[in-house]
Ligand binder design. Structure first.
Ligand code: G6Q
Length: 547
């Protein structure tokens, strides 16, 4: 269904036809604006008063959400219905953080329904035993050394979540175990990450839902060769140094990893939604099973909020609808996420996949083309680094870039003076984006007339500020689930399948075709265009020149 054809959308546009006062004017007219537009969800405080909306806008946006069936689609997701229609799968990352006594029924291939929660917890229990053994030193390498480094090999959804969360929760890590992440097919990645490691104390976690991904399998082969090199080719070393995370036991065994050392998950967990599955084993080794449970509990707290809060107070719904407003009415093309927490330096990269792979779609669920914009370009860097780079465009550029700013009252370090400065920057930036600086203010500051146009900041640039007491495993879980559900709601509005990724599959197939042409016998490359043929020939010539 095209949401732009609904009466609710027409009513929203009709109300938007009268330009809103500026944020300066709105705040001046209503001292209660911040209080009215700040909501809580679990441990998160979300202030969207600096968005360019008024109460009436929000009412219309919520009406659009209702008309788009957000509640029924949410309930269908939580109930395990096969809402990923192009792959015929349920979408149940929410079952991964369900409590032990919850019941979530899913149909198997034969159509028989069964409760998946016991298997979720059985896997979590196995993960916890293993993580504790690695953490305590009870799990040793081939020669009896304890594990000092865990190298997670995976890509996309099997990398970004654990890599982001490991950094995010660095303060909670095991002090004697370093985790590294290898994803890229570029040999520089594994080369750098193996550098300085001792095979005797290194554990590889090969993470791949399908266990067919060429990047991961190639990196895993290289890692195995490196390991065997350290043990004189003794194959029996592999069992103590390789574990796998996958849904595909057959492929894991074929690769040479004992399935006793495998942690499974299920096809109803999408790659980009899998950090809370066994894909999180590296994170669990780092922060411990209890920390991981807190992380899952944080996600669960937002699930509960999303399920039960009325739409008008439902934070994922509000964030989603503000995104729809900014994209589909105000014309924003991108969305920046700016964490004022250095530990969240990979958070924007994580959200890029979550959002852009989910809602970067051009057809509705029924296959008809969409008429307006769907998912935005998501990007961002931690503050204050971004301030010294791209904030210029945010303040004075010609494009509208809505931003989410994220901050915490207490740091996970002891440098309090740093933290006050960091937080002052966060608040000052959201204030400056909203209120800017007028020509009169610049003149009053003594600016010469020729300088004034350059010193004016138009302001009226939308931001949402998300804060919490401290970045803990629980709070990180809450942030992730918040964005997961935001993306879900937007997928409902745009009526796209947020859970397939045929664009990713395309990339996997395309490279396979060209790989043999780069080094095989000289072939007639007539199946390519002239540019691609010239590039392939250039590469082949370069290899010959250097051999
Ligand atoms: C995520 C996508 C994709 C996937 C990677 C890795 O939602 O499906 O990013 O995670 O392509 O796939 P494997 O885990 O199967 O190796």
């Amino acid at each position: 269904m095209d949401f732009t054809a609904t009466p609710a959308w027409s009513a929203l546009l009709a109300s938007a036809a009268t330009p809103l006062p500026s944020l300066r004017e709105l705040f001046a007219a209503d001292p209660g604006r911040a209080a009215a537009m700040t909501l809580g969800a679990a441990d998160l405080r979300v202030d969207f008063s600096k968005q360019r909306v008024v109460a009436e806008t929000m009412q219309h946006l919520i009406a659009v959400a209702e008309a788009s069936g957000v509640q029924s689609r949410r309930d269908a997701m939580f109930a395990g219905e096969p809402i990923n229609t192009t792959e015929g799968r349920a979408v149940l990352h929410t079952a991964l953080r369900a409590p032990r006594d919850a019941v979530v029924m899913v149909a198997d291939e034969s159509g028989a329904r069964h409760n998946v929660v016991p298997e979720v917890h059985a896997t979590l229990d196995r993960m916890a035993v293993f993580a504790d053994r690695v953490r305590s030193g009870a799990w040793t390498g081939h020669t009896g050394s304890r594990i000092r480094t865990v190298v997670n090999i995976g890509i996309g959804g099997s990398d970004l979540g654990p890599a982001m969360a490991y950094k995010g929760l660095f303060a909670y890590r095991h002090p004697d175990i370093e985790c590294r992440f290898v994803s890229n097919i570029d040999g520089a990645d594994i080369g750098q990450n193996l550098s300085g490691l001792d095979p005797a104390s290194t554990l590889f976690v090969v993470s791949s839902k399908t266990f067919t991904t060429i990047e991961t399998l190639t990196n895993a082969e290289t890692a195995r060769a490196w390991l065997l090199g350290g043990f004189g080719g003794d194959e029996s070393a592999v069992a103590r140094h390789f574990v796998a995370v996958s849904t595909n036991a057959e492929k894991v065994a074929a690769f040479g990893i004992d399935t006793a050392n495998m942690f499974g998950f299920w096809d109803w967990v999408g790659g980009r939604y899998s950090i809370d599955s066994a894909i999180g084993i590296t994170l669990m080794i780092s922060i411990g099973p209890e920390g991981f449970r807190e992380f899952l509990d944080g996600m669960r707290a937002i699930d509960e909020h999303f399920l039960h809060a009325p739409l008008a107070q439902n934070v994922p719904v509000i964030l989603a609808m503000l995104g729809v407003w900014n994209s589909n009415v105000m014309g924003a093309q991108s969305h920046a996420v700016l964490p004022y927490a250095h530990e969240l330096s990979r958070f924007a990269a994580y959200l890029q996949q979550l959002d852009m792979e989910s809602n970067g779609k051009g057809v509705h669920r029924d296959g008809t083309p969409v008429t307006g914009d769907t998912g935005p370009i998501v990007w961002g860097e931690p503050g204050t680094n971004g301030q010294h780079a791209f904030y210029q465009l945010l303040h004075q550029g010609t494009r509208l870039v809505p931003v989410d700013m994220i901050g915490f009252a207490h740091p996970n370090h002891s440098h309090r003076n740093h933290h006050d400065l960091l937080t002052a920057n966060l608040f000052a930036q959201s204030e400056a984006l909203a209120f800017g600086k007028t020509a009169a203010e610049a003149t009053a500051e003594g600016m010469p007339a020729t300088q004034v146009p350059h010193r004016v900041f138009t302001g009226n640039r939308p931001s949402t500020t998300i804060v919490a007491a401290r970045l803990t495993p629980r709070v990180l879980g809450e942030l992730i689930a918040l964005y997961e559900h935001k993306v879900f709601v937007q997928g409902c509005i745009w009526d796209v399948n947020s859970f397939d990724q045929w664009g990713v599959e395309l990339g996997k197939a395309l490279a396979n075709r060209i790989t043999p042409e780069l080094s095989g016998p000289s072939t007639h490359l007539t199946t390519h265009d002239s540019s691609t043929i010239a590039l392939i020939n250039w590469y082949r010539d370069q290899q010959q020149e250097t051999t």
